[in-house]
Ligand binder design. Structure first.
Ligand code: ADP
Ligand code: TYD
Length: 208
């Protein structure tokens, strides 16, 4: 993006430690006096948070893959207009827990072969990518154990189970190769501090 800020997304399978690392990075950059907007998808603006409840709660077959794609994309458009773009224009660092790569994976790969539709819709109504994407790569079984331990109402996707997690892990690594210039792949199978140090080392060169 051409705005003066920096747009960083975190990606990875459920339970890989994205939220933990996004929060830690935000705290570190704030301690260095950067303005940071820590946000997430689906969500990140009032309207998008309402859509979040629709897509993450209820039966796994509540929505078709196509309907789900439209809902996630509608949420993203609102988030971009109301939260992300204004923050980048102010010069803030935007740290976003998941962005369009999650749609490429979850709707584009896991629930039918919708990747071409995902990319067309993205080009039509979103049209931006993060400056940097941190992929926390993580053993799928361990990540699922971590995610299940949280025990929230937002389990619609976690209910798909281990085979989905395995497919997603592979898919994220393939995506990192496809978009190599903006991706940084970090080993998440370690303690929080070790992962956080690598995240900071990956993001620091992009901060002026
Ligand atoms: P995600 O946002 O990718 O789903 P979270 O950051 O919410 O993952 O982490 C999932 C769970 O695992 C949380 O309970 C969190 O405290 C724990 N966790 C996060 N990072 C680590 C780590 N490096 N080692 C052990 N547990 C972790
Ligand atoms: P999230 O709250 O990040 O879950 P977790 O912390 O467990 O990783 O995201 C919720 C779920 O939404 C997650 O299973 C992935 C899914 N998702 C999509 O299917 N498509 C999308 O475009 C996004 C942003 C998320």
């Amino acid at each position: 993006m051409t705005a003066p800020g920096l747009f960083v997304s975190f990606e990875g399978i459920d339970g890989s430690g994205k939220s933990t690392q996004a929060r830690r990075l935000a705290e570190t950059l704030r301690s260095h006096r950067r303005e940071v907007v820590l946000t997430r998808e689906p969500g990140g603006s009032p309207g998008a948070e309402e859509i979040r409840a629709l897509v993450l709660q209820g039966d796994p077959d509540r929505w078709s893959a196509e309907t789900e794609l439209l809902l996630f994309t509608a949420a993203r458009r609102d988030h971009l207009e109301r939260t992300i773009r204004p923050a980048l224009e102010r010069g803030a660092v935007v740290i976003c827990d998941r962005f369009a790569d999650s749609t490429r994976m979850y709707q584009g790969l896991s629930r039918g072969d919708l990747r071409a539709v995902v990319d067309q819709l993205h080009a039509l109504v979103i049209g931006v990518e993060p400056d940097l994407t941190v992929l926390i790569d993580m053993d799928p079984a361990a990540a699922l154990t971590r995610a299940k331990a949280r025990n929230t109402a937002e389990e619609r996707f976690e209910d798909f189970g281990l085979p989905l997690q395995q497919k997603m892990r592979r898919g994220f690594l393939d995506l990192a190769a496809e978009f190599a210039p903006r991706f940084r792949v970090i080993d998440g199978n370690r303690d929080e501090e070790a992962v956080a140090a690598d995240v900071l080392a990956a993001v620091s060169p992009a901060l002026r």
